[in-house]
Design a protein around this ligand. Structure first.
Ligand code: THU
Length: 142
């Protein structure tokens, strides 16, 4: 993706931190998932008093998209930090990387990270999840 488009997607992710429900960790995360057809599905983290029931921003975005019938994606931008301050990059957790692997091509899918100094880093999924296990390993997958 072009740099300007990546910055715009990151801005949408940062905007989504507003909706983050994170009373336990205080760590607010927003995600913006760009589908092949240009639609952007946003998500935030949603925590729970039973901590294990919490959901990350990235998975919220993916599950919104898939539940709407969308399964082909180009990129996801992620913004997160304590109190919604994005001093550092917020890389996706391992479970979210695996969910990306289910629906995205590791060679082409882009993961866009940013911070409040205007720095952007872009990774391909294969860089963040090398030697991955995916649907092609299982009969019946996708
Ligand atoms: N979190 C995300 O939403 N995405 C990530 O990739 C990292 C972690 C959330 C989960 C939890 O609500 C909080 O950040 C602290 O772990």
């Amino acid at each position: 993706m072009k740099e300007q488009a990546s910055r715009e997607l990151f801005a949408e992710a940062a905007e989504m931190m507003r909706n983050s429900y994170a009373p336990y960790s205080g760590f607010h995360v927003g995600a913006a998932l760009l589908a092949e057809d240009g639609t952007v599905y946003t998500g935030c983290n949603v925590e729970n008093a039973s901590y294990g029931a919490s959901n990350c921003a990235e998975r919220t975005a993916f599950f919104k998209a898939v539940s709407e019938g969308c399964r082909v994606f180009r990129a996801i931008a992620i913004a997160g930090g304590p109190g919604g301050k994005t001093g550092d990059f917020c890389p996706p957790c391992g479970i979210c990387r695996q969910v990306m692997r289910e629906f995205c091509d590791p060679e082409t899918f882009e993961i866009i990270l940013g911070n409040d100094r205007g720095e952007i880093r872009i990774f391909r999924l294969k860089e963040l999840l090398p030697e991955s296990f995916g649907p092609d390993q299982l009969e019946g997958g996708k």
